[in-house]
Design a protein around this ligand. Structure first.
Ligand SMILES: Cc1cc2nc3c(=O)[nH]c(=O)nc-3n(C[C@H](O)[C@H](O)[C@H](O)COP(=O)(O)OP(=O)(O)OC[C@H]3O[C@@H](n4cnc5c(N)ncnc54)[C@H](O)[C@@H]3O)c2cc1C
Length: 392
């Protein structure tokens, strides 16, 4: 193996962290240099952000602690430019890092820019700090039976609404959703979900999109107005403009376009993983999730090791397996799926589902711990292959 090879991983979220740790284990003793770049020293457990919004105190995982015992160098800072021709990354507008291989793992966040007023009058789950602000507001409002709206009836919106309603029974929580909440689940899981929303006293307003967020209300496109003392925005996804600004080929949302080996179609020495990668499988496009992100990270670490050793690589294979959904701390529903994320026959509910969901949420940190010593597997279903032609 080339002992001078420099690998820079941008982003220490779920996928960047896993890529770096697995690479470190697999290249241990070879002299390959791995640098992990992230703006904050805290590892953010995005899977638990709704728990913070409901007032729970979560563990503060420090990135250097998670990397302890590996040869990964942690550089705290934000990547501000990539020069793919010179193979250099600028961090915090000054420091310049050279690389032979770059892993792009900048994730995504909720976009408040598409609906008027959302940026000014809604909060998000984009960072622990913002989630804490929402939690503080929810505590104030709960004292007076205030009104909270959660916009977005996808998995994140449902998890946030149920968590808030369970933590603050006096709060009036309204879930606003363009479609029926949990529309992607099977019939029986949806019925279970609907009962849980009713039991927690959550009002569901569905069938219309949000037209505008006001300081004290949410206006819908069909003319309805929902009163709101605090609005939590969970719908719409945005990614960093860094790749597009750096002239790396991206899709129309700014995600790096990848080939079947998850390498940039314009710059093959750049690998993209997680939410920031545009990955097309034979059955359709991957959507941002840890479930698909961790396998992209595992595959990418293994692919880089093979490429550095001069070996051939096989296309990425993946299939979805489940839609895990917490309904507060005491209830959950897990819809098992086919590879393309459509519902399969089986579902899990109640206490077993709570335990299952907790295992899902804690598994990334467990994976990091064990990956320092062994090659952990994060795939449950291998589904099908990525569909673009491999360039290897
Ligand atoms: C409340 C909630 C619940 C969820 N539940 C589930 C679930 O049950 N199952 C599931 O599969 N998925 C779930 N998701 C989605 C999941 O969290 C994301 O798909 C996952 O975090 C993507 O991982 P990632 O590594 O691509 O990005 P992230 O985990 O977001 O990490 C990106 C990292 O890049 C860093 N970064 C950004 N810009 C820069 C820069 N310029 N330079 C350097 N670093 C930078 C960020 O600070 C961050 O640390 C949930 C999301 C939310 C918000």
């Amino acid at each position: 193996m080339n002992s001078n090879h420099r690998i820079v991983v941008l982003g220490a979220g779920y996928t960047g962290m896993f890529t770096a740790i697995r690479l470190a284990h697999r290249t241990c003793g070879t002299g390959v240099k791995i640098t992990l770049v992230n703006p904050s020293g805290r590892f953010v457990e995005r899977l638990r952000m709704h728990q913070i919004a409901a007032g729970q105190k979560l563990a503060d995982h420090r990135i250097p602690d998670l990397l302890a015992g590996t040869a990964v160098t942690f550089l705290q800072g934000a990547a501000t430019a990539i020069d793919p021709e010179a193979r250099r990354v600028t961090v915090d507008g000054g420091l310049s890092l050279g690389y032979d291989t770059l892993v792009y793992a900048l994730g995504s966040w909720t976009d408040t820019g598409n609906v008027p007023g959302a940026d000014e009058h809604a909060l998000t789950l984009n960072s622990p700090e913002i989630a804490v602000r929402f939690a503080e507001r929810a505590v104030e409002l709960a004292r007076s039976g205030g009104l909270v709206t959660v916009c977005g009836g996808g998995l994140t919106g449902i998890e946030a609404a149920t968590e808030l309603a369970e933590a603050h029974p006096r709060l009036n929580v309204t879930l606003i959703s363009a479609e029926e909440p949990g529309a992607m689940m099977g019939d029986r899981a949806r019925v279970y979900l609907r009962r849980a929303l009713d039991r927690l006293g959550i009002t569901v307003v569905s069938g219309a999109r949000v037209a505008q967020v006001l300081p004290d209300a949410v206006q819908l496109t069909d003319g309805r107005t929902v009163r709101s003392d605090a609005c939590l925005w969970t719908t719409g996804v945005k990614v960093s403009p860094l790749a597009a600004d750096s002239k790396i080929a991206t899709d129309d949302r700014g995600r790096i376009l990848t080939d079947a080996t998850l390498r940039s179609v314009s710059h093959p020495e750049i690998h993209a993983v997680g939410d920031a990668a545009s990955v097309r499988m034979t059955w359709g496009q991957l959507h941002g999730s840890c479930q698909s992100g961790l396998p992209t990270a595992q595959y990418t670490a293994d692919t880089i090791v093979r490429l550095v050793r001069g070996k051939s690589v096989k296309p990425f294979r993946f299939g979805y397996f489940h839609q895990p959904l917490s309904l507060g701390r005491r209830d959950a529903v897990i819809q098992f799926t086919k590879a393309d994320f459509t519902p399969a026959r089986w579902r899990l509910t109640g206490r077993a589902a709570v335990m299952y969901k907790e295992l899902v949420s804690s598994s990334p940190l467990m994976t990091y711990r064990y990956s320092k010593r062994m090659n952990m597997t994060t795939f449950v279903s291998k589904g099908a292959t990525a569909s673009l032609e491999t360039t290897v």
